[in-house]
Design a protein around this ligand. Structure first.
Ligand code: UDP
Length: 313
């Protein structure tokens, strides 16, 4: 198949392009390089089945394809709040353009949605039928509401125009090729631990997240795209929940670091707890994460160590 991956040079996108190429598909990688990076896809540039287009999906584009993975959107709080209006545009205009493309080409389209559609959840763990608890006017709203509208557009293009859709709600994912400057908890803590800098815990560190390793996530996304029965939304993530403090201690220990802990203010509307219920993915996609947190963190740490060496050397 010829597969379009928007945001293909980003963290998840580049791993997805790689996996699709290794399955023998043709891949068109599209990126505006706001958070994506050429170094993520450099090894793929010489592949016969790989094409790269610099483009921002807030403008329309026309290419022939059989599948569309729509991953184009800054995804870390620091990045998506940098230019909030643009973030909303990526999710509303960008989503519409990709759905129009799917409608014309009859391609099946998968939307990379997010656990952020649940906001600061009052139901725990989060199941797909929970409608969420989202502040519509806060600093996270450009992303949360943007992604919620994107899901609505997916469903309406399906109901109104019979576009074939798949919606994945992606929970916190980590691994090699996360951007060093994305301000996320895993990348921040690993970099701080490696550099011997203070580990910045926001709030008391009692808030929880559940971290999924990138290879498990990619497997889940492809399974959903190729599922004959499941349209979604479906949660994809690792239900292994831990507090931010526990994560900090684990990373400090793994890096054999002397970094002290520093407590900084908690950002507004930071979700108190988050854990996916992955029952639907388990039964319908026969999917569940396999990579243990320690194994995944070690691989991520090795990647960051290399990057830090290159920067300082
Ligand atoms: N966090 C933290 N220190 C950091 C970065 C993040 O304590 O240096 C916390 C953040 O407040 C949140 C959690 O870690 O509670 C996960 O943050 P991240 O930005 O990775 O993703 P989110 O799940 O909030 O989108």
């Amino acid at each position: 198949m010829r597969i379009l991956v928007t945001g293909g040079s980003g963290f998840l996108g580049s791993h997805l392009c790689e996996a699709l190429l290794s399955q023998g598909h043709e891949v068109i990688c599209l990126d505006n390089f706001f958070t994506g990076s050429k170094s993520n896809i450099r090894p793929l540039l010489t592949h016969d089945h790989f094409e790269l287009i610099r483009h921002d999906i807030i403008n329309p584009i026309d290419v022939e394809c059989d599948r569309i993975y729509n991953l184009a959107c800054p995804a870390s709080p620091v990045h998506y709040q940098f230019n909030p209006v643009r973030t909303i545009q990526a999710n509303v205009l960008g989503m519409t353009h990709m759905l129009e493309l799917a409608k014309r080409t009859k391609a099946r389209i998968l939307q990379a949605s997010t656990s952020e559609v649940y906001g600061d959840p009052t139901v725990h763990p989060q199941k797909e039928d929970y409608w969420g608890n989202v502040n519509p006017i806060g600093p996270r709203s450009c992303y949360d509401e943007g992604k919620r509208v994107a899901e609505t557009l997916m469903k309406d293009y399906n109901r109104q125009f019979n576009v074939e859709i798949r919606i994945a709600r992606i929970f916190n994912t980590y691994g090699p090729r996360m951007a060093l400057n994305d301000g996320r908890v895993v990348s921040n803590f690993i970099l701080q631990a490696l550099r011997g800098e203070a580990i910045t815990i926001y709030g008391k560190g009692t808030q929880t997240r559940s971290f999924c390793y990138v290879s498990d996530m990619i497997e889940g996304l492809i399974r959903l795209m190729e599922s004959d029965t499941l349209e979604g939304p479906v949660n994809l993530g690792n239900p292994n929940e831990l507090t931010v403090s526990t994560l900090a201690n684990q990373i400090v220990a793994l890096c054999d670091s002397k970094s002290p802990i520093q407590y900084d203010p908690l950002p507004q509307d930071d979700p108190v707890m988050r854990r996916p219920d992955i029952g639907l993915a388990k039964t319908q996609l026969d999917w569940e994460p396999k990579v243990e947190l320690t194994t995944g963190l070690k691989k991520t740490m090795a990647y960051f160590q290399e990057r830090v060496k290159k920067i300082s050397g």
